[in-house]
Design a protein around this ligand. Structure first.
Ligand code: 3EB
Length: 334
């Protein structure tokens, strides 16, 4: 069984039957939407030759497809990919719990319910998108509201909120529903932390009433294959933002963090180790005007690696960019 990641600027290719899921980045397309679970990320692409990018996970072997409680999912072997989209307006908030917090908690509850039913209980990687992530309502920034709902669901569903938690990103878009894509497996992923940073699940209370529930990276395994997912990585050392207002400085620091977490992952991996130049990157840029400098800086650090740039908000007001990455290796049968 091999999982393959394909990124294409073209319109959706005809379904081959091997699609597990994917993402649609950029402008809302005029054309057909794929039939497989697809996370739509309506954020402007920067420096691209097309207005949309389609990313698809392909897998061989029989696929089971399902749709329940606003989750669209597909499963092959011991691997499941799903997307849930919830409209916050459908959730009644209260003075103590915003509708975003309620929607976030419910989304994760539904995800865990599905994973238990399908016997793929272990979350490997989660992609979280929400509108207006830095906006404060009811006295709390929306990212922090999301963190409360997410952590409460992890605890309620007996997952634990430290240590063995998935790699993730949490990104702000202009509008739209709460959208969460996830990949989960029969076997747990190996969480990887960054020695230069405090684990996010141990962040002090200055960053909100509940800490964010994610690991810095995850190594995950399919028969004959090792996958590395590096979480959204920013200019944070310890738990503090460094180089506020300095885009090039943040870019170098974020890449130093990517390199550090990569080295940590390579110490634990089963393949020969991953190189910075072979990763596939997604970079979120807060201010479109910073894009040329960010690209120039990144090219000097990672060469011609595959990078998709999106204009989107980062979960701390002072962060100007965030970098996530992934890669896959074939494992020899020894
Ligand atoms: C950070 O290191 C930057 O809340 O799931 C990066 C990746 C960040 C994931 C999340 C947040 C998340 O704290 C922000």
């Amino acid at each position: 069984m091999t999982l393959q990641f394909i990124s294409s600027p073209a319109t959706v290719s005809r379904e081959t039957g091997s699609e597990l899921g994917g993402a649609l980045l950029g402008e809302p397309p005029n054309g057909a939407i794929p039939a497989w679970p697809v996370q739509r990320i309506f954020a402007p692409l920067l420096g691209a030759t097309s207005t949309v990018v389609h990313e698809t996970w392909r897998i061989d072997g029989p696929i089971k497809a399902g749709h329940c409680e606003e989750i669209v999912w597909r499963k092959a072997g011991g691997l499941l990919f799903g997307v849930i989209e919830l409209d916050e307006a459908d959730f009644k908030g209260s003075p103590k719990c915003s509708s975003l917090q309620a929607a976030s908690e419910e989304a994760y509850r539904r995800i865990f319910r599905l994973l238990d039913a399908e016997q793929v209980p272990h979350l490997w990687r989660v992609w979280n998108y929400l509108a207006e992530i830095n906006l404060e309502t009811q006295g709390l920034e929306r990212y922090r509201q999301f963190n409360v709902g997410r952590q409460d669901a992890f605890l309620e569903c007996h997952r634990g909120a430290t240590g063995n938690v998935p790699a993730a990103c949490a990104i702000g878009l202009v509008g739209g529903a709460l959208s969460i894509a996830f990949m989960a497996g029969e076997a747990p992923a190996v969480p990887v932390e960054n020695p230069r940073q405090v684990s996010a699940y141990n962040y002090p209370a200055d960053y909100g009433p509940r800490s964010p529930t994610f690991s810095r990276a995850a190594l995950a395994y399919l028969p004959g294959q090792e996958l590395l997912f590096i979480s959204g990585t920013a200019s944070i050392v310890g738990h503090q933002t460094v180089h506020p207002g300095d885009v090039a400085g943040q870019c170098h620091e974020a890449m130093a963090n990517v390199a550090a977490v990569l080295a940590e992952g390579n110490r634990q991996c089963r393949s020969g180790g991953f190189g910075l130049g072979e990763l596939s990157y997604r970079v979120y840029v807060r201010q479109a005007g910073d894009f040329p400098l960010i690209r120039e800086t990144l090219v000097s650090l990672i060469g011609q690696a595959e990078v998709v740039y999106l204009q989107a908000d980062i979960c701390r007001q002072d962060l100007l960019l965030e970098i996530e990455a992934m890669a896959s290796h074939t494992l020899g049968s020894r």
